[in-house]
Design a protein around this ligand. Sequence first.
Ligand SMILES: Cc1cc2nc3c(=O)[nH]c(=O)nc-3n(C[C@H](O)[C@H](O)[C@H](O)COP(=O)(O)OP(=O)(O)OC[C@H]3O[C@@H](n4cnc5c(N)ncnc54)[C@H](O)[C@@H]3O)c2cc1C
Length: 288
Amino acid sequence: MIPFEMVEPASLQEAVSLLDPQEPTIRPVAGGTALMLMMKSGVFQPTRLVCLHRIEPEHARITLAADGALRIGAMATLRQVEKDANVAARLPVLKRAMRTLSNVRVRNVARVGGALAHGDPHMDLPPVLAALGARIAIAGPQQSREMPLEELYAGYYETVLEKNELITAVTVPPLDGRKAAYMKVTSRTADDWPSLGVAVSFGMKSGAISDPVVVVSAATAKVTRMKTAESVLNNAAPDDAALRRAGDAAAEEAEMLSDAHGSAPYKRELLRVYLRRAVREALDGSAE
Ligand SMILES: Cc1cc2nc3c(=O)[nH]c(=O)nc-3n(C[C@H](O)[C@H](O)[C@H](O)COP(=O)(O)OP(=O)(O)OC[C@H]3O[C@@H](n4cnc5c(N)ncnc54)[C@H](O)[C@@H]3O)c2cc1C
């Protein structure tokens, strides 16, 4: 391995100042589970890693706001999210997603900020949080900014983060009676990387679906909202015919990628079926 500098700033501000907007070989490192694999395979050779382990502890906390929103600090581990009592009580879909997100050894080490910033479309956390309407907070040298999580992703392994910006937290609004589900479809073991991830959330008004959000990942180059499927679902009674129409619409709409987890036509068929199952799972847990 080519030698590199490893720095351990004691504050977020110092961490940001050690990054360089022009230098892609300088990167923050959180849990290191993704970055180290890239370094071992030679895909990434750093000149400096800015380790975030010693920044203020508040960035690793999960807190409940007065309005019921959950604020998850970027340095919280995935295991913290899995074990948090407020997550379990208020966002059970998020806790369930953790069960098959890799294994407990990775979840003990990997951080929420790393899971969101990596930009690999196969990751489980981004589609679930995007369907829940999460927003991320980002710190830069001059100012902080905030955006819906779904706007973070620009393409395959690409985000809109500047090289000297850090994700500091993700805030998830309360469900307020909305239903939500995430279906992870793998072609090997249940905790493998998915061939398809599909997350939904919606309200119910007088027996009809209202304000649905449908997010697809893994099969697509980035976390993607399925707007046509959403408009098919909106104001529809969740019967078989409507769910089939929504599955067909999503399968038409999504730009699928072929990879080691399946061909594009295979993933299109998965989406056709699993969108339907995701809505049923959200309604009454009957997907399976
Ligand atoms: C064996 C194995 C199996 C896995 N299976 C799955 C799976 O099934 N599903 C799944 O979702 N994931 C899976 N993963 C991926 C795992 O979830 C990621 O490796 C992990 O979430 C990355 O988090 P990290 O803290 O280790 O990130 P790091 O490796 O530290 O960083 C990842 C990227 O994010 C950047 N970064 C880190 N923190 C920040 C921040 N606060 N702001 C801005 N940029 C930042 C880094 O510079 C780097 O580019 C698997 C990983 C392994 C090793």
